[in-house]
Design a protein around this ligand. Structure first.
Ligand SMILES: Cc1cc2nc3c(=O)[nH]c(=O)nc-3n(C[C@H](O)[C@H](O)[C@H](O)COP(=O)(O)O)c2cc1C
Length: 231
């Protein structure tokens, strides 16, 4: 634990359907706290609870279609009413059909401007592998809200294709590939790896130290090899 006169304060605003974003954030928060930062949480709660897995191929295909057209998922009122006093807001969630998820889009529509105007916002993206359109779109929306967006944290699932795409599709439908004795050899688990969760913790430490030192977040390399599965 690093002692500092003024501990950096970080607000994590997030949505997670299947627990992947949440797992990354828990590790990131551990790292931030290790570096002396204080962390507060705001979970985006859909008004109508979303089920995971969806339970059928038809529901999965329908969700992929509606999310492609950026359908919003209405969310309950937030518990946080102001972000003044936070040095950084992290806005985190999964990619849904090349876009930010429906609850994050609903959050930006309703609360984006009042809460994020003039704030520094660092997005964290959890995805199967295609994050660029999500990142470009999210950055544009955040800038429209008046936020400064210095960088982005991205984690993609560390599996080879076609198992990665197939694995995610079947997981959402509720028929996990990893449970098949034959196909499970090619896709052992859905989502991020232990190495990525550990990497999230290390990035949390790095981020916390940068905040404490006043290092511009633009200069941090937050998208490295393990996170993006480029090895
Ligand atoms: C409806 C839907 C659409 C998705 N579309 C994409 C996509 O376009 N690109 C991608 O890389 N991952 C896509 N994914 C996969 C998720 O981004 C990925 O599984 C993520 O790790 C889930 O995070 P969460 O557990 O926090 O919800 C999609 C998932 C769902 C449910």
């Amino acid at each position: 634990m690093v002692e500092s006169v003024h501990a950096s304060k970080v607000l994590i605003i997030f949505f997670s359907l299947s627990g992947q974003t949440k797992g990354l954030l828990e590790n990131l928060a551990d790292g931030l706290k290790e570096s002396g930062a204080m962390v507060a949480w705001e979970r985006l709660e859909p008004e109508v609870r979303l089920r995971f897995p969806l339970g059928s191929f038809a529901k999965t295909i329908l969700m992929m279609l509606t999310t492609f057209f950026r359908q919003r998922v209405p969310i309950k009122p937030l518990s946080v009413s102001r972000t003044a006093g936070f040095d950084l807001c992290i806005l985190a969630g999964p990619t849904w059909s090349y876009n930010p998820s429906g609850p994050v889009l609903a959050f930006l529509d309703r609360d984006g401007n009042p809460l994020l105007q003039g704030r520094t916002v660092l997005p964290l993206i959890s995805c199967r592998g295609y994050w660029r359109l999500h990142w470009f779109g999210l950055r544009r929306l955040l800038k429209k809200c008046g936020a400064a967006v210095p960088n982005c944290l991205v984690f993609s699932h560390p599996h080879r294709e076609p198992w990665r795409t197939l694995g995610v599709f079947l997981q959402i439908a509720g028929k996990p590939l990893s449970r098949s004795t034959f196909w499970g050899r090619f896709y052992k688990r859905y989502g991020h790896s232990e190495r990525q969760f550990e990497e999230a913790r290390k990035l949390g430490v790095e981020l916390g130290q940068a905040l404490a030192a006043g290092t511009p977040l633009e200069t941090l390399n937050l998208r490295n090899k393990i996170a993006l599965n480029l090895h």
